[in-house]
Structures are given as structure tokens and as C-alpha cells.
Design a protein around this ligand. Sequence first.
Ligand code: NAI
Length: 700
Amino acid sequence: MTAEYKVLGDVAVITLAAPPVNALGYATRVGITEGLFRASMDARIKAVVIIGAGNAFSGGSDIKEFGTPKALQEPNLLSVILALEASTKPVVAAIHSLCMGGGLELAMGCHYRIAAPGASIALPEVKLGLLPGAGGTQRLPRVLGVENALNMIVSGEPVKSEVLASLPGQKLFDKLAPSPGSLLDQAIDFARSVVTREGELPRVRKLPCGHPQGDAYFQFARNTVAAVSVNYPAPLQCVNAVEAATKMTFDDGMAEERRIFTALMSTPESASLRHSFMAQRAASRIPDVPDDTPQRPVTSVGVVGAGTMGAGIAMNFLNAGIPVKLLEMKQEALDRGIASIRQNFEAWISRRRLKEHEYEQRIALLSATLDYEDLKDADLVIEAVFEDLDVKEQVFKALDRVAKPGAILATNTSTLDVDKIAAFTSRPQDVVGMHFFSPAQVMKLLEVVRGRETAKDVLATVMALAKRINKTAVVSGVCDGFIGNRMIEQYTRQAGFLLDEGATPQQVDRAIEKFGFAMGPFRMSDLAGNDIGWAIRKRRAVERPAMKYSRTADKLCELGRLGQKTGAGWYDYRPGKRDAIPSPVVERMLEKCRAELGGPVRPISDEEIVQRLVYALVNEGARILEEGIASRAGDIDMVYLAGYGFPAWRGGPMHYANEVGLFNVAEAMKRFATNPRDDATFWEPAPLLRKCVADGQQFG
Ligand code: NAI
């Protein structure tokens, strides 16, 4: 049962019971409708209370039904809401914990609403490129006023019930219960108290809706929203729908909301946002690691190496209230690491992201040591020392000696073989990669690298821990660069070829930034340090001498232009500033490199730039998928959305390729392969891509 019916004297209580958030899937909708029917037929019943079991009133629509006919199957949400509204016996929604999307729309269809304090109230549909499609845009302005409602609908952000209840003139809540524990009793008492009220039952649809400034206000709202939602059609449409609530009859407004909802549902932006929402949820599950896999407790963490990454990694656990012990080789390094943690926290305080007392609490959880013995009680130790296999060997042998049985030993290596690292210990089943991205205290992505022998409970524990520290975790198999960096290498290689063929760094950056990337490859490289790629290319020259790449980036490094840190890279930088200024030195260098190469130089279109960069990601992504390094195309998309600034409204490289059409993508690759300046072998469409094209399938 996903909605339970109970009679308490003269009140029927319908309890939504579809864990974890009482989503309004088909079975729940049937349960509500049946409950309402039973109550209507039972002469003893004078009123109905709807409440949610567990930790929610309702989180809204059932995402499993998203975009499927089941979502519209009768009784659909609109019909359920109409039935509640039409009930001749008063219906009271009793709201606690979480009331979002369809859950809030359902509550607004009831005659009365009583809320517990602390409940999160939201219409978050805009985050999926949609608007609330079951009356949310028509009813919320009627109960909260146009401006409050529009803010909630356009932002999708939750607001606490007590905040809404305190808004002057609000009609969303008829009463605020003193505590969540007393909510049901309060709701029943309230229901009994309204039974005797004279006159028609209150219905939100009957409330007036307008704004004193009328058109002028909506024009202002449109301008404001347009400025912050470039590339996203939904927020502007939310304004239109709310405006309709002020100008049309309720029923016409509902029809307008439905029309807009249907149109938004078919936009590529909404498809991408819905894809990434689902992909994020899917990524947290590992196909052969069941959800009920037991987890190891993690209540204390050791971090070895307090450099750039170690310090940032430590902050994540401190933020989550987990004590961290930092280990270094020398006191100076330890002091530097702790100073950098303090500095980062202090910067948050000055930006009002952190309160002074929170800072004190976090710092109190941090301790430091030079002695491995002090890590003997840690549940998890993360290594972030130099990227050198010999150093990693020393560290893992030391950890193997001291760590308690069952402790998880993780490496933050970005390029080394996790299986080799695991083999330095007598417990490879406890070893896993936890690849954070820099700055580790900010970046959302965490690649969890599964070694050949990594135990399932270790994986389950690390995936759950990732949620605790607010990371988007994606599992990767062991390979050079894992998912993200292995793909970015191909993208960067294309960027190099484009320069040699005639493009400028600023043209390449501009084109891909216009496509939506947060930062183009050259600005990005200047930020990270051009020497990182330089070191990788030197290694590649030994490991894969046949691999073709542009030498231009090496020449740049040879000039000492290592990026922002040296004040010059692909661009010039003014002291202390980060604005990238096109550089005449680089221009001359490019001309010289092209002359030495001797091939033709041609104008290159932005379209070609975008296709070559993005399809390079796609082709390598297809190989990664085929090799089982990633379990799903959506996992690859999550890596790019959470870690590489891929535009969210395009849904990640694999989703984007599906949208473009894999046939078209493969045809473009074949065309690129005919370019003698490029790497024809790379552009051979990956076998998985070829197979998808042949079968008319998509990446999945
Ligand atoms: P870093 O050079 O800033 O820090 C390394 C720290 O490890 C230094 O403080 C050093 O004193 C310490 N260390 C070296 N040997 C040690 C030992 N035997 N015992 C204890 N401490 C020792 O390096 P960074 O950038 O923090 O990188 C660390 C690891 O993280 C590397 O494996 C790197 O590949 C990986 N990584 C780096 C990223 C980056 O953007 N910097 C991103 C993701 C991973």
C-alpha cells in the first residue's frame, strides 16, 4: 500500500506511504482517490486529513514515471487534485519535513493546510527545465501573492514553512503546528473545528490573483529573469504562466499552464536537465553492488600529504563534521597545509559562507602528525602525496603496517595504476581510488576508482561517504586518466591541432565558451598551469611514441609561459589579475610553429572547433564505455557536468551526441579523419559508436 486509509472517529486519515519521499506515482494516486471515495461514502466521516508517513509530506511526482504514459494515466495528478478540491467534506493537508512539486500542488488542492515548522516547501520543476504542471503556477500566486510565488517558481529553491507562514496576508497555511510530532493531532483537531463552519469550503481557485503594478511588474520580472537564465527557456515561461494567473480565469490559466508545460517538456534543455537528474541518481548505484551492501563505519579520516590536494580533501571531511588527522613528512609541510586550510576557511568567513563558530568547530576536528602510528585508528586514510609510484609505495606499505583491519585505504592519484598501488599492501580489497578535483574543497566531482580487487562494501561505503561530503561520485575502472582526464586529453589534443591549422587560442576558447563550457581549453590550461600537460606529453612521448600531437604547447612552456602563475601563458595577464589578454608573443610563436610545420593554414569555423572538441570527448567516451571503465553513458556525462564545466543544458557529451544523432556524429568523425593535419586513427569511430549507428541505438 502506498496510501493508507484510517478512520479516527469522525475523521478519515489518508497517509501517503511511498518511501522514501511519498512520491505521487500511480499507486499512491489511486490510494488517495480511493481513500477520498471511501470517506465520501461513509456518513460517519465529517472531514479528511492527508499526511505523509516518514520523512516527507510528499516530494512530488514519481521520477520513475517521468516522461512515460504512466505519469498521465488516470487518476493523474490533475484529476487527484480536482477530486480533493471538489470534495464536499473538508480536506486538510498536514505538511511536515518536505513538500515539493506535485506534493505542494496537491496540498494547494486541499481546502486547508496546516504545516509543521521546519518543512521545506518548493516548486523545483524549473530545475528540470519545466514548470509546475498541476496548477502550481496558478494556485501559488493566489495564496502567497504574485511576487513571493514567482520567486519560488523561478528559483525552484525551498523555503521553510515557518518563513512562508509569517508572510503578511499569506493563505498557504491556515495554521502552523507547534512541532512535527503534534502535527497529526493538530490537523485532526483543526479538521473537526472547520466541520461546523458555515458556507462553501475554501478553494484556492476562488482567491483573487493580481499585482498592483500589473504589466510593468511582469516586464520587470521578465528582464530580471532573462538576464540570469540565458540558455534556459523555463524561467521566462514561469513568468508567463504566473502572468496568465493574473489575467485569465482560473480554468483558462490552467489550460495555459498545461500548454506551456507541454511545450517545455519537448525542449532539448529540459531533456538535458532531466537526463542529468536521472544520471546523477543512477551514478550513485553500482550495477553489481546491491543497495543493501553493508557499509563500513567512517567516523575518522586520515589524510597523508598536506599539499594542494590533501589540504582541500581534509576540508571536505571537516565540513561534514568528521575528524581528520593530517600526516606529512616534515613539520614545515604540515604547518603549510594547516595554514592553507585556515586561510581557505577564513576566506569563506569573509565571503559570509561560514560563521566564526562553525570555523572553530571545524578546526577543532583537525589534528596533525608526522607519525604513521597516529593513523592506526582511522576508518579511512586518503593518500595525496607526490604523483610518483615509488613514493606511493612507501606510503601504502606504511599504511598497511599501521592501519587497523578493515580500514579503507584510498589514493587520490590522478594517473597511476590503482591496482599497482593496491598490490603494495597485503589488503588490496581495502584499497580504492578517490580522485578529487582541484580545488578539492569546491569541486563537486569525485571519481571513485574501482581496483581489480576493491571489495564491494568498500565501494558502497565510499559512495555513501561521497554523499555525506556533498560530492557527485562516479565510479571509474582503472585506466590512465580514469574517465575525465582520459577524455580531456583527446579534447586538448584537438585544441592543439586547431592552433596549428590556423585558429587562435582566443577563437577556440570563444567558440567552446559560446557552446556553453565554463572555460575554453587555453584559458583553462593557463589557470591549471601549462606544465601539467607538458609533463603528460613528455610521458606520452615515451609510452606512446606514435601518438600524434601538436608541439606548440611544448614551445609555449619552453618560453616559460606556464600560465597565470607565471603571469603569461596562452594569454598575457596583468599582475594580480585573471583577465586573459590576447598575446602578441603567442601570436608570433604560433606563426612560427605553423611555418615550421609547413602545411596549409586556413580559416576554421566555430562550428568545426566545437565539433572537433566535443566529438573528441564523445569518441573517447564511447571507448571508455565499451571497455567497461564507465558503467553507463550517464556516468560519463556526470563526470563532465560536475567536474569539467560542460554546459548543464546540454546534458553532458554522451547525451549531447545522442541529441545530435550518433549517425551525424560518426559522419563528422569520418570527415575529420580525412584531414591530414589531424590524427586519422583517433577519428575512426569507436566500435560502440559504429554499432549504435548500425543498430539505430543511442548511448545508454
Ligand atoms: P602537492 O605537491 O601540492 O602535495 C603533495 C604533498 O605530499 C606535499 O606536501 C608533500 O610534502 C607530501 N608528501 C610527499 N611525500 C610524502 C610522504 N611520503 N609522506 C607524507 N607526505 C608526503 O601535490 P598535489 O597537487 O596535492 O597532489 C597530490 C596527489 O593528488 C597526486 O597524486 C596528484 O596526482 C593528485 N591530484 C592532484 C590534482 C591537482 O590538481 N593538483 C588533482 C587530482 C589529483
